[in-house]
Design a protein around this ligand. Structure first.
Ligand code: CO
Length: 133
């Protein structure tokens, strides 16, 4: 089994501050990490759950993929991050199994991780992010 943990569940939100406030009030959650990822046009707030995260994600610019997702679909579940020991090996295995990669090669993700995204088409309608810590 190549997957070692559910790394994170990413939820697209319109307003990061009010989304964080809601999770704080509802669950007593605390922000563990916050980061703007310029190349993806997102700002993330990571709430730790055991060894996984809930990643609340907002757009930082109108042309980012998250902005387009929010415009089309509204707030909601955006992708699942699966933790792996070796992002390249997991990407190769998924491609061999018939998956369509969005990233042809692993690249830097937030919090110093190495990541690769897989297109939902061909992966049961789920946008998958492979995450190597
Ligand atoms: Co992610």
């Amino acid at each position: 089994m190549l997957l070692t943990e559910i790394d994170h569940i990413a939820i697209a939100v319109n307003d990061l501050a009010s989304a964080v406030d809601y999770y704080e009030r509802a669950f007593g959650a605390e922000v563990h990490h916050r980061e703007i990822v310029e190349r993806d046009g997102v700002e993330e707030a990571l709430l730790k759950v055991a060894d996984s995260y809930i990643q609340l994600t907002a757009a930082t610019r109108d042309d980012s993929p998250i902005a387009k997702f929010l415009e089309k679909r509204g707030e909601g579940l955006h992708h699942v991050g699966y933790r792996v020991d070796d992002c390249q090996a997991a990407l190769d295995a998924m491609i061999a199994a018939g998956a369509t990669p969005i990233d042809k090669a692993p690249r830097p993700g937030s919090r110093g991780t190495t990541v690769a995204f897989i297109h939902p088409k061909g992966s049961l309608g789920t946008l998958i992010e492979l995450v190597e810590e």
